[in-house]
Design a protein around this ligand. Structure first.
Ligand SMILES: [Fe+2]
Ligand SMILES: [Fe+2]
Length: 231
Protein backbone atom coordinates (compact mmCIF):
# COMPACT_ATOMS: atom_id res chain seq x y z
CA UNK A 1 0.00 0.00 0.00
CA UNK A 2 1.49 3.34 -1.03
CA UNK A 3 1.49 5.71 1.92
CA UNK A 4 4.50 7.77 0.81
CA UNK A 5 3.55 11.43 0.80
CA UNK A 6 6.67 13.17 -0.37
CA UNK A 7 8.05 12.89 -3.88
CA UNK A 8 6.80 13.72 -7.32
CA UNK A 9 4.06 11.09 -7.54
CA UNK A 10 1.93 12.50 -4.74
CA UNK A 11 0.08 14.71 -7.22
CA UNK A 12 -0.57 11.80 -9.59
CA UNK A 13 -2.22 9.65 -6.93
CA UNK A 14 -6.02 9.68 -6.83
CA UNK A 15 -7.80 11.39 -3.98
CA UNK A 16 -9.83 8.21 -3.41
CA UNK A 17 -6.68 6.16 -2.89
CA UNK A 18 -5.13 8.77 -0.58
CA UNK A 19 -8.38 8.96 1.40
CA UNK A 20 -8.44 5.17 1.66
CA UNK A 21 -4.86 4.73 2.82
CA UNK A 22 -3.92 7.80 4.84
CA UNK A 23 -5.74 8.12 8.18
CA UNK A 24 -7.06 11.66 8.60
CA UNK A 25 -6.88 12.51 4.87
CA UNK A 26 -10.67 12.64 4.58
CA UNK A 27 -10.79 15.45 7.17
CA UNK A 28 -8.16 17.39 5.19
CA UNK A 29 -10.09 16.89 1.95
CA UNK A 30 -13.30 18.04 3.62
CA UNK A 31 -11.53 21.17 4.89
CA UNK A 32 -10.34 22.00 1.37
CA UNK A 33 -13.73 20.97 -0.10
CA UNK A 34 -12.14 18.28 -2.25
CA UNK A 35 -14.66 15.62 -3.23
CA UNK A 36 -13.00 12.30 -2.34
CA UNK A 37 -16.16 10.16 -2.44
CA UNK A 38 -17.96 10.60 -5.78
CA UNK A 39 -14.93 12.04 -7.60
CA UNK A 40 -12.33 9.79 -5.99
CA UNK A 41 -10.89 8.90 -9.40
CA UNK A 42 -9.41 12.38 -9.88
CA UNK A 43 -5.70 12.81 -9.23
CA UNK A 44 -4.77 15.05 -6.32
CA UNK A 45 -3.48 17.54 -8.88
CA UNK A 46 -6.74 17.50 -10.85
CA UNK A 47 -8.89 17.74 -7.74
CA UNK A 48 -6.84 20.65 -6.33
CA UNK A 49 -7.10 22.51 -9.65
CA UNK A 50 -10.83 21.93 -9.82
CA UNK A 51 -11.24 23.50 -6.37
CA UNK A 52 -8.65 26.26 -6.85
CA UNK A 53 -6.76 25.03 -3.79
CA UNK A 54 -3.24 26.27 -2.97
CA UNK A 55 -1.14 23.12 -3.63
CA UNK A 56 1.51 24.01 -1.03
CA UNK A 57 -1.07 24.44 1.68
CA UNK A 58 -2.73 21.16 0.74
CA UNK A 59 0.56 19.27 0.66
CA UNK A 60 1.54 20.64 4.07
CA UNK A 61 -1.81 19.60 5.55
CA UNK A 62 -1.44 16.05 4.18
CA UNK A 63 2.18 15.75 5.29
CA UNK A 64 1.22 16.87 8.78
CA UNK A 65 -0.87 13.70 9.07
CA UNK A 66 2.24 11.52 8.86
CA UNK A 67 2.20 8.08 7.29
CA UNK A 68 1.14 5.89 10.19
CA UNK A 69 -1.35 3.35 8.89
CA UNK A 70 -0.99 0.93 11.78
CA UNK A 71 -4.31 1.88 13.38
CA UNK A 72 -6.36 -1.30 13.62
CA UNK A 73 -9.60 0.59 13.06
CA UNK A 74 -8.60 1.87 9.59
CA UNK A 75 -11.38 0.66 7.27
CA UNK A 76 -8.90 -0.13 4.48
CA UNK A 77 -7.34 -2.76 6.76
CA UNK A 78 -10.68 -4.51 7.44
CA UNK A 79 -11.65 -7.59 5.50
CA UNK A 80 -14.75 -7.19 3.34
CA UNK A 81 -17.08 -8.80 5.87
CA UNK A 82 -15.88 -6.45 8.65
CA UNK A 83 -16.05 -3.45 6.34
CA UNK A 84 -19.63 -4.24 5.32
CA UNK A 85 -20.62 -4.62 8.99
CA UNK A 86 -18.95 -1.28 9.72
CA UNK A 87 -20.77 0.46 6.83
CA UNK A 88 -24.16 -0.94 7.88
CA UNK A 89 -23.76 -0.19 11.59
CA UNK A 90 -22.05 3.21 11.37
CA UNK A 91 -23.59 4.73 8.25
CA UNK A 92 -26.78 3.02 7.07
CA UNK A 93 -28.21 3.07 10.58
CA UNK A 94 -26.91 6.60 11.25
CA UNK A 95 -28.69 7.95 8.15
CA UNK A 96 -31.91 6.18 9.13
CA UNK A 97 -31.74 7.73 12.60
CA UNK A 98 -30.77 11.23 11.48
CA UNK A 99 -33.00 11.95 8.51
CA UNK A 100 -36.51 11.88 10.06
CA UNK A 101 -35.46 14.38 12.74
CA UNK A 102 -33.69 16.64 10.20
CA UNK A 103 -36.75 16.63 7.94
CA UNK A 104 -39.01 17.58 10.86
CA UNK A 105 -36.62 20.32 12.00
CA UNK A 106 -36.20 21.76 8.50
CA UNK A 107 -39.97 21.89 7.96
CA UNK A 108 -40.31 23.81 11.21
CA UNK A 109 -37.46 26.25 10.46
CA UNK A 110 -38.71 26.86 6.91
CA UNK A 111 -42.23 27.59 8.19
CA UNK A 112 -41.34 29.72 11.23
CA UNK A 113 -38.67 31.79 9.47
CA UNK A 114 -40.19 31.93 5.98
CA UNK A 115 -39.72 35.73 5.80
CA UNK A 116 -36.05 35.56 6.80
CA UNK A 117 -33.70 36.30 3.85
CA UNK A 118 -31.46 33.36 4.81
CA UNK A 119 -34.23 30.80 5.27
CA UNK A 120 -33.11 27.48 3.68
CA UNK A 121 -36.16 27.25 1.40
CA UNK A 122 -36.35 23.78 -0.13
CA UNK A 123 -34.11 22.06 2.43
CA UNK A 124 -36.83 19.77 3.74
CA UNK A 125 -37.72 18.69 0.19
CA UNK A 126 -34.05 17.96 -0.56
CA UNK A 127 -33.68 15.94 2.65
CA UNK A 128 -36.89 14.02 1.92
CA UNK A 129 -35.66 13.17 -1.56
CA UNK A 130 -32.35 11.99 -0.11
CA UNK A 131 -34.15 9.87 2.47
CA UNK A 132 -36.31 8.19 -0.13
CA UNK A 133 -33.47 7.56 -2.61
CA UNK A 134 -31.04 6.46 0.10
CA UNK A 135 -33.56 4.06 1.59
CA UNK A 136 -34.00 2.29 -1.75
CA UNK A 137 -30.26 2.35 -2.40
CA UNK A 138 -29.31 0.96 1.02
CA UNK A 139 -32.03 -1.68 0.83
CA UNK A 140 -30.54 -2.87 -2.49
CA UNK A 141 -27.08 -3.04 -0.94
CA UNK A 142 -28.32 -4.88 2.14
CA UNK A 143 -30.56 -7.33 0.28
CA UNK A 144 -28.48 -8.05 -2.82
CA UNK A 145 -25.01 -6.54 -3.05
CA UNK A 146 -23.60 -7.10 0.43
CA UNK A 147 -24.80 -10.72 0.74
CA UNK A 148 -23.25 -11.43 -2.69
CA UNK A 149 -19.98 -9.87 -1.56
CA UNK A 150 -20.02 -11.91 1.63
CA UNK A 151 -20.48 -15.02 -0.49
CA UNK A 152 -17.79 -13.99 -2.97
CA UNK A 153 -15.85 -16.99 -4.12
CA UNK A 154 -18.78 -19.34 -3.67
CA UNK A 155 -20.57 -18.39 -6.86
CA UNK A 156 -20.99 -16.04 -9.78
CA UNK A 157 -20.80 -12.33 -8.96
CA UNK A 158 -22.79 -10.24 -11.41
CA UNK A 159 -24.28 -7.43 -9.34
CA UNK A 160 -24.37 -4.14 -11.29
CA UNK A 161 -22.06 -2.03 -9.12
CA UNK A 162 -21.98 0.73 -11.75
CA UNK A 163 -25.68 1.41 -11.08
CA UNK A 164 -24.91 1.87 -7.38
CA UNK A 165 -22.03 4.21 -8.23
CA UNK A 166 -24.41 6.33 -10.33
CA UNK A 167 -26.75 6.52 -7.36
CA UNK A 168 -23.81 7.70 -5.23
CA UNK A 169 -23.20 10.45 -7.79
CA UNK A 170 -26.86 11.50 -7.49
CA UNK A 171 -26.48 11.69 -3.70
CA UNK A 172 -23.31 13.74 -4.24
CA UNK A 173 -25.31 16.23 -6.32
CA UNK A 174 -27.89 16.50 -3.53
CA UNK A 175 -25.08 17.04 -1.00
CA UNK A 176 -23.92 20.04 -3.03
CA UNK A 177 -27.52 21.30 -2.93
CA UNK A 178 -27.59 21.00 0.89
CA UNK A 179 -24.37 23.03 1.08
CA UNK A 180 -25.72 25.78 -1.15
CA UNK A 181 -29.13 25.99 0.58
CA UNK A 182 -27.47 26.35 3.99
CA UNK A 183 -24.51 28.60 3.13
CA UNK A 184 -22.22 25.68 3.94
CA UNK A 185 -24.14 25.02 7.17
CA UNK A 186 -23.50 28.53 8.54
CA UNK A 187 -26.44 29.83 10.55
CA UNK A 188 -27.21 33.56 10.35
CA UNK A 189 -26.68 35.79 13.39
CA UNK A 190 -29.47 35.37 15.89
CA UNK A 191 -30.64 31.99 14.53
CA UNK A 192 -32.87 30.13 16.97
CA UNK A 193 -31.86 26.86 18.60
CA UNK A 194 -33.86 24.77 16.12
CA UNK A 195 -32.09 26.42 13.21
CA UNK A 196 -28.69 25.84 14.84
CA UNK A 197 -29.56 22.21 15.62
CA UNK A 198 -30.75 21.74 12.03
CA UNK A 199 -27.46 22.92 10.54
CA UNK A 200 -25.28 21.04 13.02
CA UNK A 201 -27.26 17.85 12.34
CA UNK A 202 -27.33 18.35 8.57
CA UNK A 203 -23.57 19.01 8.49
CA UNK A 204 -23.00 15.79 10.43
CA UNK A 205 -25.28 13.86 8.06
CA UNK A 206 -23.41 15.30 5.05
CA UNK A 207 -20.06 14.33 6.58
CA UNK A 208 -21.31 10.80 7.35
CA UNK A 209 -22.70 10.38 3.85
CA UNK A 210 -19.44 11.50 2.19
CA UNK A 211 -17.49 9.04 4.34
CA UNK A 212 -20.03 6.29 3.59
CA UNK A 213 -19.80 6.80 -0.18
CA UNK A 214 -16.01 6.99 0.03
CA UNK A 215 -15.80 3.65 1.86
CA UNK A 216 -17.91 1.98 -0.81
CA UNK A 217 -16.54 3.72 -3.95
CA UNK A 218 -12.87 3.73 -3.01
CA UNK A 219 -12.36 0.73 -0.71
CA UNK A 220 -15.14 -1.86 -0.90
CA UNK A 221 -16.22 -1.79 -4.56
CA UNK A 222 -12.69 -1.85 -6.06
CA UNK A 223 -12.09 -5.18 -4.31
CA UNK A 224 -14.65 -6.62 -6.71
CA UNK A 225 -13.46 -4.54 -9.65
CA UNK A 226 -12.70 -7.52 -11.88
CA UNK A 227 -16.42 -8.06 -12.29
CA UNK A 228 -17.35 -4.40 -12.28
CA UNK A 229 -18.34 -2.32 -15.29
CA UNK A 230 -17.90 1.46 -14.89
CA UNK A 231 -20.13 2.15 -17.90
FE1 LIG B 1 -24.14 1.90 1.65
FE1 LIG C 1 -23.97 2.91 -1.44
Amino acid sequence: MNTQLSGPDLWERTVGEIAATLPGATAVFRKFKIDFCCNGDLTLDGAAHRRGVDPNELERALEALGTDTSGTAAPAAMDSDELINHIEACYHEAHRRALPELIALSRKVEAVHREHPKVPAGLSDALRQMQSELEQHMAKEEAILFPAMRQWGKGKFDIPISELRHEHDDQGTLLRLLESLTDDFATPDGACRSWQALYVGTAQFAEDLMEHIHLENNILFPRFAATESRA
